[in-house]
Ligand binder design. Sequence first.
Ligand SMILES: CC(C)(COP(=O)(O)OP(=O)(O)OC[C@H]1O[C@@H](n2cnc3c(N)ncnc32)[C@H](O)[C@@H]1O)[C@@H](O)C(=O)NCCC(=O)NCCS
Ligand SMILES: Nc1ncnc2c1ncn2[C@@H]1O[C@H](COP(=O)(O)OP(=O)(O)OP(=O)(O)O)[C@@H](O)[C@H]1O
Length: 199
Amino acid sequence: MKKLFIIGGMGAGKSTARKALVEQGLPYVDLDHVGHEVLAWDTVKDEIRETFGDDVFGEDGAIDRKKLAAKAFASPAETRKLNRITLPRIEELFSDRIDEFERQGNKAVVVEQSVFKNRQGSLAYCADVVIAIIAPLELRVERAVASGFSEVDVRRRIARQITDADRIEAADVVFSNDSTPEVLRDKMLNWWKEYEKTI
Ligand SMILES: CC(C)(COP(=O)(O)OP(=O)(O)OC[C@H]1O[C@@H](n2cnc3c(N)ncnc32)[C@H](O)[C@@H]1O)[C@@H](O)C(=O)NCCC(=O)NCCS
Ligand SMILES: Nc1ncnc2c1ncn2[C@@H]1O[C@H](COP(=O)(O)OP(=O)(O)OP(=O)(O)O)[C@@H](O)[C@H]1O
């Protein structure tokens, strides 16, 4: 089963690109969503409480993601603390999801990874194809703000991520999302039409 990773900075258009392939019948894993799932694990909640305090929890006892983001993206050191807690668990759940898709006999799966560091990293080592979605920084900030994040929060998160130059270096395929979502969709579909013939 081919693992097609879609990487890109915040607001670049990864989800938009992923949807084009999912429309073609491919299953997918969004690692941001997997990250949300592990935040409900008791072990993760305990470590988050120890590291970031009681005030990142809501009245219902669940982690308040907005409050956690305000603390965890305040400095690179704080982000590293968050990643140390979440990434090993994300990897575990990701591995289970991939095994399940493989058992079902899928020929390919799409993996949307926002926090991509390099291809040797624990999550992306198994990628058959890495597709980078790139877009100018200000456009990305504008889109992420329009989708509901504050500008300060978006700029902090982007500052904790690798650059588009790094993504281009790591990727097999690069698509620029500086036009409309429909243009990006067409680029993805044209690529898939050709790639599908090879698998
Ligand atoms: C801090 C949390 C609670 C904020 O939740 P929230 O709902 O506000 O954001 P969401 O998870 O939807 O992420 C939105 C975007 O933020 C950026 N982002 C998220 N986590 C990180 C991180 N650790 N480093 C840099 N950018 C990040 C990405 O661009 C992502 O697409 C959450 O992002 C989290 O637990 N992050 C750590 C787990 C992780 O690394 N997830 C990504 C796996 S690839
Ligand atoms: N070409 C485009 N023109 C205008 N808006 C766009 C374009 N591409 C994506 N968007 C919008 O910008 C926002 C971010 O796009 P998308 O969710 O696909 O990016 P992402 O890389 O998955 O972001 P995140 O890192 O926040 O998960 C969405 O609201 C989306 O509808």
